[in-house]
Design a protein around this ligand. Structure first.
Ligand SMILES: N[C@@H](CCC(=O)N[C@@H](CS)C(=O)NCC(=O)O)C(=O)O
Length: 243
């Protein structure tokens, strides 16, 4: 089978798709898209603009949950129990509630440093594309804010609240077995760890941010390092994030 992932490098939903592909050892290609210029290509394939998009033998699948389900059917081992209600409920909570709220604060802080924003989101592009992206960002940043619901300081404060709620949720929920749904790694763990990786910044991973991080972002990352939820994300990454 020919498998191609159209992705953004630093995105929780794209990380979910990458992680599922890696876990199941599915041979595939990854195409890095830049937020903004990605729209035409993704819309042509799927009728909407969000990444990740997985193309299997020419058939495009949009949405991380749909992708993980499809991968679980086509490559059942190891199972992510992507269709099991206990796992799906937690996955949906992270996909639809926690990740978008946390992402608002992440993007708002990153947009304070255009050089760093471009370094992150244009990584892997050629020099010309990087230059164009940097030049367009002052114009495009309004679109990024609007598209992600960054309406003002209250949206950013809410991102912090969501992060704390989500860290507490995983710390408590994983206490019994080390996992969020049952006693093995499922789509719930995949979604939660990928969402929290935006701020936990697990080392040596596809979500590790380039150094040096902007000071404000670095101190945010530092502020949660002692949280038991952060310890859970790091341990899940070191145990289950096979590259
Ligand atoms: N519910 C979707 C959300 C995907 C999403 O929000 N993707 C973002 C990146 S983090 C994106 O591609 N945004 C650009 C756009 O929507 O045009 C999923 O699970 O895949």
């Amino acid at each position: 089978m020919d498998v191609e992932l159209l992705q953004f490098r630093y995105s929780p939903y794209n990380e979910k798709a990458r992680w599922a592909l890696d876990l199941k050892r599915v041979p595939h290609r990854r195409v890095d898209l830049m937020p903004g210029p990605h729209m035409a290509r993704v819309r042509r394939l799927t009728g909407q603009t969000a990444t990740p998009v997985l193309v299997i033998d020419g058939r495009a699948i949009a949405g991380s949950a749909a992708i993980v389900r499809e991968l679980d059917q086509l490559w059942p081992e190891p199972t992510l129990q992507a269709a099991a209600p206990a796992s799906t409920a937690i996955e949906t909570r992270f996909d639809d509630e926690f990740a978008p709220r946390i992402r608002r604060k992440v993007l708002a802080l990153l947009l304070e440093d255009h050089g760093y924003f471009c370094r992150i989101f244009a990584e892997g592009q050629n020099a010309a594309n990087r230059l164009i992206y940097r030049a367009l960002l002052p114009l495009a940043q309004g679109m990024v804010r609007r598209g992600n619901g960054i309406t003002g300081p209250s949206a950013i404060e809410d991102g912090e609240r969501a992060l704390q709620e989500a860290l507490t949720f995983v710390a408590e929920r994983s206490r019994a077995t080390g996992y969020l749904a049952g006693n093995s790694f499922t789509a719930a763990d995949l979604a939660a760890a990928s969402a929290l990786a935006m701020v936990v910044n697990p080392p040596n991973s596809t979500m590790t941010k380039p150094e040096p991080m902007p000071a404000v972002f670095a101190s945010w990352v530092a502020s949660i390092q002692a949280h038991p939820g952060t310890a859970w994300v790091k341990s899940i990454y070191s145990r289950n994030r096979t590259a």
